[in-house]
Write a protein that binds this ligand. Structure first.
Ligand code: F6P
Length: 554
């Protein structure tokens, strides 16, 4: 029987069992659990180069088993097979979410509506590969005949965050041909990033990639318009500019054509790829340009490895399932509303901001799949930063604030294996890496245990005490490579799906962002001086203040 749509989650006996366990667990401290030496064996799991350590979570093996039982009760295995096989999991937009199809090997097949998707996916990869090789080999020339030196990706949200994060993470893997090329990212609607950048670029050697699933997002289209005007400023022929300096990546060929991008410079992807899941598609072109096509393919292979693990591994040892179950345990049962992502590696600086979209846009929902309000907390607020930097910024709150916060500590174990300079600088970098790992382990330990030695010491003032009891996950990568990054990102994608199944929400739509876009249209008219009815007093007042200041400044 498919229980997922019959019994509300909170009425399942497995749910109630966990509520009871959570009540008891709220009364205990992580210190009480830490003594159990068997914990590490029971709560540490591996998939390829990734190790997931849940031993600092506020749970014991009975709770983990209870969570797995809940996953079985809501038929998570069936949901996973449905996701990966192309079922219409995005019920409000009536389509599948097949980002996993983008990383299938060429020998695989996945039939959707009678059509095998894999050949089209690999055709698109071939097109990307061709573009990358023409740019890297300096055959792609600008209007004046000079080779391209700078590529600017114009996109926002999923058409920006994933490629940007991966480019920063994998820079050191760039082959020599890619090293000659600068890859830049522009997303903000106000034009600041673009205007800062344009000052240092030359139109004749700059190529813009317009990345937008819809090709209608105002942020991207307004930056694209400015970029085109900048290209045309010296009276250069528009057709030549459009032919040599703009690539379009979208599902919407009509809009790309209407904008002026020739068909030969368009790379399409498909409606069944969600925006925040699209870095594996042609939206990943900046990654391939930055680190080479071979490394991009290696990322896809890493993600595919995780897909296979997700598909075949039993729930109790399945990394994305476990990560998702722990996320639900913390947010819903233990009532922890904040979650911090703390990579101990500067290369993963933008991984937290990438995850904020992935998790909060996916699971920031309060209505279940049948349209009813949910009776429990869903996605927590996520934020994060490179862990060692965050220690000097917001860890104070983690250690002594009033909020319960769960954390993910992420660190590669090996680093600087083959640093080009093997002299003293190399040794120094190696020791810096050890220092990073030491800090990572120290912080998760203090967050777990606090400082029990001061508990009974009357001489320690309260402001020097550490209560601990903040749960965390430690995720170790043997090392950070394109392959392990691919696996890591897919791990979180599937974690998000697992949580959505447990919460019975649709993680693949984002209706919550629509109203603001509509009102912004009206607001634009109001700012241009049109009389618009129906604004509230607060907004009217601000419009007037802006109009007055603008008039005064003219
Ligand atoms: O407004 C939210 C959103 O639709 C995201 O889901 C998406 O990643 C982003 O805007 C950009 O959309 P597009 O790729 O269509 O420009």
């Amino acid at each position: 029987m498919d229980m997922t749509h019959n019994v509300p989650r909170a009425e399942l006996s497995e749910w109630c069992y966990l509520q009871g366990k959570a009540k008891a667990m709220q009364q205990s401290h992580l210190r009480d659990l830490a003594h159990d030496l068997d914990r590490n064996n029971q709560l540490t799991f591996r998939a390829g180069s990734l190790l997931l350590d849940l031993s600092k979570q506020k749970m014991d093996i009975s709770i983990l088993k209870g969570l797995v039982k809940l996953a079985e009760a809501v038929d998570l295995p069936k949901a996973i097979q449905g996701l990966l096989s192309g079922e219409t999991v995005n019920n409000t937009e009536n389509r599948p979410a097949l980002h996993s199809a983008l990383r299938l090997p060429v020998t695989a097949s996945l039939v959707l509506n009678g059509q095998d998707l894999v050949p089209a996916v690999h055709d698109s990869l071939a097109k990307m590969s061709d573009v990358v090789s023409r740019i890297h080999s300096r055959q792609w020339r600008g209007f004046s005949g000079r080779a391209i030196t700078d590529v600017v990706n114009i996109g926002v949200g999923g058409s920006d965050l994933g490629p940007f994060m991966a480019c920063q993470a994998l820079t050191e893997f760039a082959p020599e041909a890619a090293n000659r090329l600068q890859v830049h990212f522009v997303s903000s609607i106000d034009g600041t990033q673009l205007s800062d950048l344009l000052g240092s670029l030359r139109p004749e050697t700059t190529l813009f990639i317009l990345s937008s699933k819809s090709f209608t997002t105002i942020d991207t289209m307004s930056n694209a318009h400015t970029a085109l005007q900048w290209m045309l400023k010296d009276g250069v022929d528009k057709e030549s500019v459009l032919a040599h300096h703009f690539i379009g990546i979208s599902t919407n060929t009509q809009k790309m054509t209407a904008w002026g991008i020739p068909e030969s410079s368009q790379i399409v992807f498909w409606e069944w790829v969600g925006g925040r899941f699209s870095l594996w598609s042609a939206i990943g072109l900046p990654i391939a340009l930055k680190v080479g096509m071979a490394n991009f393919l290696s990322m896809l292979a890493g993600a595919h490895f995780m897909d296979e693990h997700f598909k075949t591994e039993p729930l109790a040892t399945n990394l994305p399932v476990l990560l998702g179950l722990v996320g639900v345990w913390n947010a819903t049962f233990l009532d922890i509303h904040a979650h911090s992502i703390l990579p101990y590696d500067g290369r993963l600086k933008f991984f937290p901001s990438y995850l904020t979209q992935l998790e909060m846009e996916s699971n920031g929902k309060s209505v279940d799949k049948s349209g009813q309000p949910v009776a429990y907390n869903t996605c927590p607020v996520l934020w994060g930063e490179v862990g060692s930097n965050a220690q000097h910024a917001f860890y104070q709150l983690l250690h002594q604030g009033t909020q319960a916060v769960s954390c993910d500590f992420i660190a590669p174990v090996r680093r600087y294996k083959a640093y080009p300079d093997s002299g003293e600088a190399h040794k120094s970098l190696q020791s810096q890496h050890q220092l990073t790992l030491a800090n990572c382990l120290a912080q998760s330990r203090v967050l777990m245990l606090g400082d029990a030695s001061t508990d009974s010491d009357e001489n320690t003032p309260n402001f020097k005490r550490y209560r601990g009891n903040q749960p965390s996950t430690t995720l170790l990568l043997d090392e950070l490579t394109p392959h392990t990054l691919g696996a890591l990102v897919a791990l979180y994608e599937h974690k998000v799906f697992v949580m959505s199944v447990l919460w019975d929400v649709n993680p693949f739509d984002q209706w919550g962002v629509e109203l603001g876009k509509k009102i912004a249209d009206k607001m634009t008219q109001a700012l241009a001086g049109e009389a618009i009815d129906g604004f509230d007093a607060s907004t009217q007042h601000l419009l007037k203040v802006i109009a007055d200041i603008t008039a005064g400044g003219q």
